[in-house]
Every structure is written in structure tokens, then in C-alpha cells.
Design a protein around this ligand. Structure first.
Ligand SMILES: [Zn+2]
Length: 286
């Protein structure tokens, strides 16, 4: 089912999550199987394109499955998360890739669901025992949560908010590059939100720390889940207020103002950093 309204980076089609794990696993043909082995996801290859495997859940060798969770229904098709401890003859032929390699290589909705699956699996792996009393944890009956079998402590999947923001001054924009960026690529600045901070405070602090600039008119633009490993990118636009660029060399290799007609290599078109850039370009009629 196509959704009537759509926001950037949101699923385009209907997904009904299943947070309850108390019912039986629906055994329907052509389920989406998000199968992980040693941190990599199993995919199928057809005509040079990668796909998420679709099959009945029984097709995977049951003995190799050390974790299985029904994630929900996507377009009336069940979605499962599975972790294998061994590769069987059946799935030995399937390519195994890092999730990052699927970014832009498969349908956007399926990449988002694969990211969700990996985040849930990582959360499961990291929370088998209670952080308060060390007793085993069990899946909560009605929500996506784990509960301690002894002290009832509850943990939810970890989400780490990151602010990412453009700084605009007339028809120029401030972009920076980290040492690990591809050659020539610049991007809006970004940083993790700290405990006890509002998002706007995080924007102001990060910009101050990284380039020593003061900004004003901070406005929310969009968000994007970023499952590497569990970030939520929250995008803002801000106007330059005062200061001269002074770079924190622990974080950045370079940062400078770019004129709208003289931009460097930009990030992937399906990233929030590019989305923020596009808002700036659009506003200047480009
Ligand atoms: Zn406990």
C-alpha cells in the first residue's frame, strides 16, 4: 500500500511492526528474511543486482538459527530477523555483505528494514544479561523491549541521536571534511547529542567546538535512521551569526565557506547530508 503522505527517508510503503513475540511465527511463502552471519547480511544476486532473500522461514536450516524474531509485516509480507551460527549448504551460495554495501544498492524501504533488523539484532546480542543484576533477560510480551527475569529491569533498543546541520551565509554554505572522507568530499558538520542537552544546544555546541562559529535561526529539517550502529541523524539548518572559522583538528581536516555555484564533491544523494544541501540549493534556485 502506497502511503498518502511521505517524509524524507520514511518508508514509502506500509510496515506494521510486531512488538509482541508471544504468537506463532506466520509461515507464509516469500517472507523477507534478514539473515545475519558474523555481522554480515545474506543477500541474493540476480542479474548483477542484490536483493533481500525471500522464502519460507523453514527453508533455512533450523539448527543453524541462534536468534529469530518476527519483525512485522511489510506490504502484507512477513519480515524475519535471523542470526546464524553456521552457514549451511543451502545458504553457502548466498553473498554475504556489510549492511553499508546495500546503501543505495537495494530498494530504499528494504535498506531501512535491513537497518532496523540489524539494530534489533545488535541490541539482542548486547543485552542477553541484565546490566543491573546480571540475571538473564527475556523478550517482553507486548513491546520491543527486554526484561530481566530477576529484577524486572527493562531495556529498549539503543538509539543515539546525532545532529547534522548546514550553516548558511547568504549564497554560501559552511562545509567540513573528516580525514576518512572520500577525496574532495565535504559535508555538513555533525556530532552526537550529549546527555541532558536539547537538540538546538547540541547544534550550537558542535558548531562552536568544530569551527568556532556562532549561529542563529536554527530550524529542524528532516531525520534519517543511520544503523551504523544505532544513530538517528537529526538534520537542521542554521544561519551564520558571527565568528571566523577556526578548525578543531581532532575532528576535521578542513572546513570552509563554499559559494552555491562552486560546491565540492557532495555526499550520496540518499543521505541526509545531501538532503540538507539540496534544500540550500533549491532555495537558491539551483
Ligand atoms: Zn536484573
Amino acid at each position: 500500500m502506497q502511503r498518502s503522505t511521505s517524509y524524507p527517508f520514511a518508508l514509502q510503503n506500509e510496515f506494521i511492526p510486531s512488538n509482541s513475540q508471544s504468537h506463532d511465527f506466520p509461515s507464509l511463502p516469500n517472507a523477507y528474511l534478514f539473515v545475519f552471519y558474523k555481522g554480515k547480511i545474506l543477500v541474493t544476486e540476480n542479474g548483477g543486482k542484490l536483493h533481500i532473500p525471500t522464502n519460507t522461514i523453514e527453508q533455512f536450516n533450523q539448527q543453524n538459527i541462534i536468534y529469530r524474531r518476527f519483525m512485522g509485516m511489510y506490504c502484507n509480507t512477513p519480515c524475519y530477523i535471523m542470526e546464524l551460527n553456521e552457514i549451511s549448504a543451502y545458504n553457502e551460495s548466498l553473498p554475504r555483505v556489510n549492511l553499508r554495501e546495500l546503501f543505495g544498492a537495494i530498494a530504499d524501504d528494504l535498506f531501512s528494514l535491513a537497518g532496523k533488523a540489524l539494530q534489533i539484532l545488535s541490541w539482542h546480542q548486547e543485552n542477553k544479561f541484565c546490566g543491573k543484576c546480571a540475571a538473564p533477560m527475556t523478550d517482553h510480551d507486548d513491546e520491543l523491549a527486554k526484561q530481566c527475569t530477576a529484577c524486572e529491569h527493562i531495556v529498549y533498543p539503543r538509539i543515539s541521536p546525532v545532529v547534522i546541520m548546514t550553516i548558511e551565509k547568504g549564497d554560501s554554505i559552511l562545509l567540513g571534511r573528516s580525514p576518512h572522507f572520500p577525496k574532495g568530499m565535504y559535508s555538513p558538520l555533525a556530532g552526537f547529542v550529549e546527555a541532558g542537552e536539547t537538540l538546538e544546544e547540541a547544534v550550537i555546541r558542535e558548531i562552536h567546538e568544530e569551527v568556532d562559529i556562532e549561529v542563529c535561526n536554527i530550524s529542524y529539517a528532516a531525520s534519517q535512521p543511520w544503523p551504523f550502529p544505532h544513530s538517528l541523524m537529526i538534520g537542521f539548518r542554521a544561519d551564520y551569526f558571527s565568528g571566523k572559522i577556526s578548525i578543531d583538528t581532532n575532528e576535521l581536516e578542513d572546513a570552509r565557506w563554499f559559494h552555491v555555484d562552486n560546491l565540492p564533491v557532495l555526499p550520496s544523494p540518499i543521505s541526509i547530508s545531501r538532503h540538507l544541501m539540496n534544500l540550500f540549493l533549491h532555495e537558491h534556485g539551483r
